[in-house]
Design a protein around this ligand. Structure first.
Ligand code: KIV
Ligand code: ZN
Length: 518
């Protein structure tokens, strides 16, 4: 058996099914390029039959990356399989991933099919997929609640039909590590043609066991593991890529297997995802959280000073966390700007970096701190030259609120709406609510606020507050960010940033596809 585990990343498919993690095409392309840099073996880019948007995204990713396989998901029917192939066929290394449920509860209630019918559907789908490519993955959805001997029957038939990877998911996160490991071993040992396929696992985190189950599966013969950055995914999420990978890397004597991941790209990858979906990395998140390398207790600090290995099993540098964050501003050099652009998922050429650098210097004359969202806006305006300038700018905001009073909070806002200055005052349940009410009236938006969060960028009571706002207008969603010493100002900026992004959303997606520089 091979001693190499194939890392299959499904951040752009299962991960994107996580509530609030929807990404548009340019965002998916940035993640895909970062995943290639991270060194994953397979990118599951989406579910082409699910929507036109998914189809276009898979197709674009298939053409944008080179050194990684690109998979498209398909239910076990011929139409889905054909659509998946249409989307991935231009990839250098295409894969079709087809699946059908094999547990009694799914077959009876969801599919309303008999076990025999399910085997026939699996065989038909795999046969069709294998007529297009010899890189075919077949998944038995809800495998961990399926009958083990029935699994052997389906898997044997799928391999005979041409499947080269067999995935046995713990779809509902129900399995326990020992039991799941035993299931994987049983199916491998009892499938007569098992040597013709790589066995894979895909674990959900409903009981917080997704990584433990994946590792147990590896101990028992699985040689592909399906993972998501930061463990995002359907419901409680999927197994977290960074946790799984670091367990393999730190305990080679225990697992005895290798993988191709460049561990110094783990934090940059999760950070990029966090910026794109507007979901901060929790401080206590294993491997990549800010507390993962912070030592608070005196005993621990003392131990660390004497020898870091006393309380640290890996260094922050090993997962790509820098000891200092580069702050971009007036005095930053070209190199710092290039590095930050790369971290944001924009690998630009020298000429393009120059254009953003000069625009950044001009902007830095007007504002003290250049934030990531400012740099991104400059990439769009200076390099892709297609994002029309933001329509709204916050000129001023003032709020009044008094403790214990029955008076609602009031806010007065002055906005620039293109070349027109507009102003209005109004009320709200609190100061932020008042500011948002006034801004939404001034901008004439129907967008709904889906999520709002504040974090402190730096420590202390003089910290910069960073606000993230998620807005939805019909089928479009946008994440806006704003930071300031005053959290009301930061909130107003974030809200306006999200409104501007919403305005550009459709236009950006279309022109990005057409842009030759991409
Ligand atoms: O959780 C699951 O079973 C899946 C399959 C489609 C692989 O996501
Ligand atoms: Zn899943």
């Amino acid at each position: 058996m091979s001693d190499r585990v194939i890392i299959f990343d499904t951040t752009l498919r299962d991960g994107e099914q996580s509530p609030g993690a929807t990404m548009d095409l340019p965002e998916k392309l940035r993640i895909a390029r970062q995943l290639e840099k991270l060194g994953v073996d397979v990118i599951e880019a989406g579910f082409p039959a699910a929507s036109e948007g998914d189809f276009e995204a898979v197709k674009a990713i298939a053409q944008a990356v080179e050194n990684v396989q690109v998979a498209g998901l398909a239910r076990a029917n011929l139409k889905d399989v054909d659509r998946a192939w249409e989307a991935v066929k231009l990839a250098r290394h295409p894969r079709i991933h087809t699946f059908i449920a094999t547990s009694p509860i799914h077959m009876q209630y969801k599919l309303r099919k008999s076990p025999d019918e399910v085997v026939a559907m699996a065989v038909a789908a795999v046969t069709r997929a294998a007529s297009y490519t010899d890189n075919v993955e077949f998944s038995c959805e809800d495998a961990s609640r399926s009958d083990w001997d029935y699994l052997v029957r389906v898997v044997t038939a799928a391999i005979d039909a041409g499947a080269t990877t067999i995935n046995l998911p713990d779809t509902v996160g129900f399995a326990q590590p020992d039991e799941y490991g035993a299931l994987i071993r049983y199916v491998i040992e009892h499938t007569p043609n098992a040597q013709k396929a790589v066995f894979s696992v895909h674990c959900h985190d409903d009981l917080g066991l997704a990584v433990a189950n994946s590792l147990s599966a590896v101990k028992n013969g699985a040689r592909q593991v399906e993972l998501c950055l930061s463990g995002i995914g359907e419901r409680a999420g999927n197994a977290s890529l960074e946790e799984f990978v670091m367990a393999l890397k730190l305990r080679p004597e225990y697992y005895g297997v290798e993988c191709s991941i460049n561990n110094e790209q783990l934090y940059p990858s999760c950070h990029l995802l966090s910026l794109i979906i507007g979901r901060p990395i929790p401080a206590n998140k294993a491997v990549i959280g800010s507390n993962a390398f912070a030592h608070e207790s005196g005993i621990h600090q003392d131990g660390m000073l004497k020898n870091r290995n006393t309380y640290e099993i890996m260094t922050p540098q090993a997962v790509g966390r820098k000891s200092t964050d580069i702050v971009i501003g007036k005095h930053s050099g070209r190199n710092a700007v290039r590095t930050r652009l790369e971290e944001l998922g924009y690998p630009l050429n020298e000429e393009q970096v120059d254009a953003v650098f000069h625009a950044m210097k001009a902007l830095a004359d007007k504002k003290a701190h250049i934030h990531d969202e400012d740099l991104e806006a400059l990439v769009f305006s200076e390099v892709y030259r297609m994002r029309v300038p933001d329509r709204f700018h916050l000129n001023n905001v003032a709020v009044q609120t008094s403790m214990g009073s029955t008076m609602p909070a009031t806010a007065a806002v002055v906005l620039q709406d293109r070349d027109r200055e507009v102003r209005l005052a109004g009320f709200g349940a609190g100061p932020i609510d008042a500011a948002f009410n006034v801004i939404s009236q001034l901008c004439g938006t129907r967008a709904e606020l889906e999520k709002f969060s504040i974090t402190a960028i730096t420590g202390g009571t003089d910290a910069q507050g960073e606000v993230t706002v998620h807005l939805r207008d019909g089928r479009y969603t946008a994440v806006g960010r704003g930071s300031d010493l005053d959290i009301i100002v930061a909130s107003a900026k974030a809200y306006i940033d999200a409104l501007n992004r919403l305005e550009h959303k459709e236009k950006d997606v279309i022109s990005y596809k057409e842009n030759p520089t991409d």
